[in-house]
Ligand binder design. Structure first.
Ligand SMILES: Cc1ncc(COP(=O)(O)O)c(C=O)c1O
Length: 474
């Protein structure tokens, strides 16, 4: 806020109680003092002339002069002959609390699941934004229905059917702010319909379904990931109403759910009237084998398919989608309206334009070799510096898992790495049933080849200190 314009008397927020016991000049003083202390009236701001303020407030000029004089005496205001009275003091600043000690930021962060923000296609996105701002009809800026804008729903259905093997009709595509919101909408609708249990892969992400289940009072059942994915027999036993799967690239272990297990999961869902929430989160990056189609293509009646741009463009865009089975679509659209009245229209239109003009495909074509090369460097450096580590889930995505050799504990490695300036996560925090095989999750997509090499060397140095360290007694 700049200086108060002296013509804006109402900005001073002075309300007088004429029937009260407090004299009017005191009331004016109090209001102005409070405004200055709160910082609403900034140092240097000019106040209205006493004549003008008196007229506005319907009091005699002497009342205002008395209030101003008192505040001048207290040092809140200053007056210069021939000029406006000004605010002299700043707001009362509480004495700053001593800053809490900050943990040193890691030099190299193998945080998982990031895009490289420096590669965001700014120029192409700007062209799409410009186009839609120039061309979109006015009514696109009105309130939306819960599904989102038809332009994006149609463009997404085309893209997903082509690239992901879905069977998506635009009328069943719903725009969300990412997978996080897709999960929130689905769980809230199913909880309202009486769902009791959610089955999740074990290990799996711990920052969406699990807290959502707690919020809605739903029980969470872990399905152990063995080999390439979950065992459908465990799902049969789970008594779940919803199963959340990452079948095309299990997070974090990286397996692909085999065809037989896919059909078994679909059979289970149909028989039970349960829902499969398919989290198709980073499948655009598949390096060594053909892309795996989505389960939704097999069973559009039982699968709520979810995706987002968080792993392709940038998580900060908060753009995602659901392809919904008929029996959930309208209820989820109602929940979306209730949550936020719809995702931002300009972003939806820009993304639709981006898809339609082939910019999304172009961006993915550009990024695949970049991420693939970073993965190759990571694997080569791990083989060189940490040959006892066993990489897994390397065929796709933006991270790999490295299983630790016998005798090394994740927590020790993570802590030693931190001492060497490297942030890396273990697998264990994502497990429901502990302990399990010990491993690290290494995200590489946001790191240059040099940083990856430096990070692995530092990790190896950290690990070499562990052999010499006395083990705590068991
Ligand atoms: C397993 C998994 N699914 C989905 C997402 C994307 O979430 P969102 O679309 O809400 O950014 C992530 C991001 O980290 C993830 O790890």
């Amino acid at each position: 806020m700049s200086a108060v314009n002296s013509s804006l008397v109402h900005d001073l927020l002075i309300e007088l109680d004429r029937a009260g016991a407090v004299p009017l000049h005191r009331q004016i003083e109090t209001a102005l003092r409070a405004g200055i202390r709160a910082g609403r009236l900034r140092q240097g701001a000019s106040l209205p002339s006493s004549r003008r303020l008196a007229t506005e407030l319907g009091v005699s000029r002497g009342v205002v002069v008395e209030a101003y004089d008192q505040l001048i005496a207290e040092g809140y205001l200053a007056s210069t002959p021939g000029s406006y009275t000004r605010v002299a003091a700043g707001p009362e600043e509480p004495s700053p609390a001593p800053a809490p000690p900050q943990p040193a930021a890691p030099r190299i962060d193998f945080g998982y699941g990031r895009t490289d923000p420096a590669r965001f296609p700014r120029a192409a996105w700007l062209r799409s934004l410009r186009r839609v701002l120039t061309e979109a009809p006015h009514d696109r800026l009105n309130y939306l229905d819960g599904y989102g804008l038809p332009e994006l729903r149609t463009a997404l259905a085309d893209y997903l059917n082509r690239a992901r093997g879905t069977s998506a009709h635009p009328s069943r595509v719903l725009i969300t702010s990412g997978f996080g919101q897709a999960a929130a909408l689905i769980t809230s609708v199913l909880a309202q319909r009486g769902a009791r249990r959610i089955a999740v892969e074990d290990p799996s992400a711990d920052d969406d379904i699990r807290p959502l289940a707690r919020l809605h009072g739903l029980e969470v059942v872990g399905l152990p990931v063995t080999g390439e994915g979950i065992d459908p027999a465990a799902l049969e036993r789970s008594d779940a109403d919803l199963v959340v799967l990452t079948p095309s690239h299990q997070w974090p272990l990286g397996g692909v759910l085999p065809a037989r297990a896919r059909t078994a999961v679909v059979r289970w869902a149909r028989k039970r009237g349960a829902v499969i929430l398919e989290d198709d989160y980073d499948v655009e990056y598949r390096y060594d084998r053909a892309p795996i189609g989505a389960i939704q293509g097999l069973a559009p009646d039982a699968v709520a398919y979810a995706g987002s741009v968080s792993k392709t463009l940038a998580p900060g865009l908060r753009l995602g989608w659901l392809v919904l089975p008929p029996h959930l679509a309208d209820a989820v659209a109602d929940a979306k309206l209730l949550a936020d009245r719809g995702s931002p229209a300009i972003d939806q239109l820009a993304f639709a334009d981006f898809l339609l003009r082939g910019e999304f495909d172009r961006h993915l074509r550009r990024m695949r070799p970049v991420y693939r090369h970073r993965r190759d460097v990571l694997l080569a450096r791990l083989a060189e510096h940490l040959p006892g580590f066993e990489p897994a889930g390397i065929a796709a995505g933006l991270h790999v898992v490295a299983w630790l050799p016998d005798g090394l504990r994740e927590q020790e490695v993570v802590a030693a790495a931190a001492e060497h300036g490297v942030h890396v996560a273990g697998v264990e925090p994502y497990r429901l049933a502990r302990p399990g095989r010990q491993g690290l999750i290494l995200g590489y997509s946001h790191l240059s080849e040099n940083r990856i090499a430096e990070g692995v060397a530092a990790l190896a140095a950290a690990v070499s200190t562990l052999g010499a360290r006395p083990r705590p007694a068991a």
